[in-house]
Design a protein around this ligand. Structure first.
Ligand SMILES: NC(=O)c1ccc[n+]([C@@H]2O[C@H](COP(=O)([O-])OP(=O)(O)OC[C@H]3O[C@@H](n4cnc5c(N)ncnc54)[C@H](O)[C@@H]3O)[C@@H](O)[C@H]2O)c1
Length: 350
């Protein structure tokens, strides 16, 4: 066992001029941790295995970690993604090599739930329309009463998915005195009961909710889960929100429903194609609020992602299984178990 626990940060944590890409990521706790050495590695995308030969952990921003990134030395124990998406990581390659892949659920939970609440309030409060009216001065003021907002008390908030972010959204929406419904085939029933969420069929979420929000992962099963048939079930007064992943929604079908004003509106932080084509018809609609997959980007979100990664890495250093392991199968891999036990022996007492 080496004397130091060595942590690499992917090269994209540093800009070309050497300044940090995200200054809100506080590296001090890593730098000051006993027996830890950290280094921002040279920028390569994908990361080369040779770059990681002498490291125990990698904190990974946007660069790809593929098969070729697995170091031959067998030393690397953990890849900690800065965020919760891991389409840039070859998960199988990690598992085969006994490398744990962790994501930062603790960093994004509150910021994305806040994004959903932001969109819900902006849509039902007609915030963008009222902003526009005000800028039209007297002419706009004269049209105020044509744009009545929608009160939330007793209205139904429905979610597709009640995991990390979906559950937090309901937690945050509690003071609005709404009814809560959700569909999640793998729901934690205890959490649902604690939060007063009625678990219903997918179709019932679309049929019954005044606000339908999507908070499930993008998988082959959820691709275009929100399609023309399901959108047709929505009330004409209902709003649709997607902060999860664009391809969960058949965007052509949603655009049509919005163009024909068959629902009240939509709030979208994610689109099927990002960035969208400049002539994408959804960009022209006045009943949709859009954000460039960045509504949750705040100082606290980035600080939170950084803190979660640092915690995960230091947990591994002390021989503890970190939170947010994606490839759970790795926990039974002999190489992972051997490395973790050795770290625990070397650093666990500190
Ligand atoms: N907009 C952003 O910047 C941003 C940031 C972070 C996460 N996200 C996205 O938010 C979504 C939710 O993230 P999370 O951290 O809550 O994930 P999570 O894994 O904790 O929760 C997802 C939930 O969806 C459920 N689910 C799976 N398949 C389903 C299905 N077919 N129907 C209904 N529910 C289903 C799961 O059981 C789980 O409870 C993900 O798509 C994630 O990529 C977006």
């Amino acid at each position: 066992m080496a004397q130091k626990f060595r942590v690499a940060l992917s090269g994209d944590f540093k800009k070309a001029d050497g300044s940090p890409t995200y200054p809100d990521f506080d590296l001090a706790p890593l730098k000051s941790a006993p027996n830890v050495e950290m280094k921002i590695i040279e920028s390569n995308n994908p990361i080369k295995g040779e770059q990681l030969e002498d490291f125990d952990a990698l904190i990974l921003l946007a660069h790809r970690f593929g098969k070729e990134s697995v170091p031959a030395s067998g030393r690397l124990a953990v890849v900690a993604r800065f965020g919760v998406g891991y389409d840039t990581v070859d998960v199988d390659a990690c598992t085969k090599a006994g490398i744990a892949l962790v994501i930062t659920q603790d960093g994004v939970r509150r910021p994305v739930a806040v994004s959903i609440i932001t969109l819900m309030l902006a849509l039902t409060g007609k915030l963008l329309i009222k902003d526009k009216l005000t800028r039209e001065a007297a002419a706009g003021f004269a049209k105020r009463s044509d744009h009545m907002g929608v009160g939330l008390v007793g209205r139904t908030l429905g979610s597709v998915g009640i995991g990390n972010i979906g559950a937090e959204t309901f937690r945050m929406a509690k003071p609005f005195d709404m009814k809560f419904i959700a569909h999640d085939p793998y729901a934690d029933k205890q959490i649902a009961a604690e939060l007063g969420i009625e678990l219903v069929s997918l179709e019932d979420v679309f049929r019954r909710a005044d606000i339908v929000s999507v908070s499930c992962p993008l998988t082959p099963e959820t691709h275009h889960l929100v399609n023309a048939e399901r959108l047709a079930l929505m009330k004409p007064t209902a709003y649709f929100i997607n902060t999860a992943r664009g391809p969960i929604v058949d965007q052509k079908a949603l655009t049509k429903v919005l163009q024909e004003r068959r629902i009240a509106g939509a709030g979208l932080d994610v689109l099927e194609k990002e960035p969208p084509d400049a002539d994408d018809p959804i960009l022209k609609l006045d009943n949709v609020i859009l954000a460039p997959h960045a509504l949750c980007w705040t100082d606290q979100c980035f600080a939170g992602n950084g803190a979660a990664d640092v915690k995960a890495v230091l947990d591994v250093q002390h021989g503890r299984v970190p939170r947010g392991v994606v490839n759970r199968a790795v926990l039974d891999h002999p190489d992972w178990k051997r490395r973790l036990a050795a770290f625990g022996k070397a650093f666990g007492g500190q």
